[in-house]
Design a binder for this molecule. Sequence first.
Ligand SMILES: [Fe+2]
Ligand SMILES: [Fe+2]
Length: 204
Amino acid sequence: MLSELRQSISKRLSSARFAHTLSVEREARRMAEILLPHKTLELCAAALLHDLTKEMSLDDHLEIMQRHRVTCSDEARLGGAVLHGFTAAAVISEQFPLFAREEILSAVRKHTVGDHEMSVFDKILFLADYIEQTRTYPDCVSLRESFWSRITSIGKEEREAALNSAVYTEIRQTISHLLKKGAVIAPESLALYNRMSRCKDWQG
Ligand SMILES: [Fe+2]
Ligand SMILES: [Fe+2]
């Protein structure tokens, strides 16, 4: 099932994007085996599908949004770099019905800007995309190293807290990077940041 999906995705993406996609799949699989073992297959599928529409034009994104009546904030509408999470979820429903399960669609939809409500499944894809092994940006590298050294050295009951802590670091780094560039910040990202900032039970 996954090998057929991998083949189908390879035909739709550039080789660089496909290499990133395979790396996100490896990272998501490794995380799933520790954090959500019964959902490993679904998380691998979500990883393979997450950037399905990333290389489309803005016009194509807007056409998909209109045809599928996809809603998102006005700020998230500004460019393909963010919109592709929303449009990929719509295209999966249409073209990959076998994988159109709500947990997969949700994680793909939220992987670019995050959301106020994120499940462990959503957070695994969100983090795997950011810290996968081919990323060389220093913030990604240091979070990858700290996440893996922590998650592999703690007990089962502390693992979700380690995931939350890494996602919180990711959203802070992403927002800080956007602020430095003077870029627009999607309210979905601010909602995730605010929610995690208020939640103290996992913060060490
Ligand atoms: Fe993406
Ligand atoms: Fe990605």
